[in-house]
Write a protein that binds this ligand. Sequence first.
Ligand code: SF4
Length: 236
Amino acid sequence: MIWTEQPERAQWFYDQVKSILNGEREIPAVTYKRRGSEFHLSDFDLCVEKARLRLTLDETPAISNESALKFFRGRAIERCFGTEVEPIEKDGLVMTIDGECPWGLYEFKTANTDSSKFSPNSKRGGVYAHWAQRILGYMYATGAEEITLAIYFLSGNTPSHRGGMAGRESVVIRTFSGKPSTDTEAAENWGRILARKTALEDAISNGTPLPDEYTGEPWECSGCNYSEVCQRWRAF
Ligand code: SF4
């Protein structure tokens, strides 16, 4: 994808929060719908084995305190900016896009890094590959030619942070427009997602864990709720 900073879009997000502070708007409900047996596009962001375990275990392991707070923090913050778009489904994948702004659909993320160091098109320290995979999936499913990515940098430049510097904002929102870098990128991305979906379907019907290439990186395993039961756990 190609990302272009669109600073004027950030003000729309700030104004969304200010309208709550001014009593002009209410925060949409901070809820998660209980998941059923359907596949979600987000199941294919990173470790697909998580989805297999979620869909096949009789009892889902309890979420850790840390994970609960992390998920809730992101969820509560993103709800302050707008209402989710109604879920859509394509090729057996359900997806719920974060919201709509005056420039079309948007995806909202939070980050704990220094906003001034973030360069969206950088291979290291830019937009994560799994963020781009999901966003390209939204674009393919909806036909959108562009999407806005809003990133709320939560704490990266507080004075106590090692990268903190006087004069910089401690919390900030940066906004980017994202487009596929080629005419075929969104379709190729969708093909890879469907291949991951096929691997998940095969693993479920065979009753076996997914091959390594579809499972988590060590950093993902280390905070995973399924680590106690997962045969692919690899955090050391
Ligand atoms: S422990 Fe690792 S491999 Fe297993 S489900 Fe969790 S993230 Fe995936």
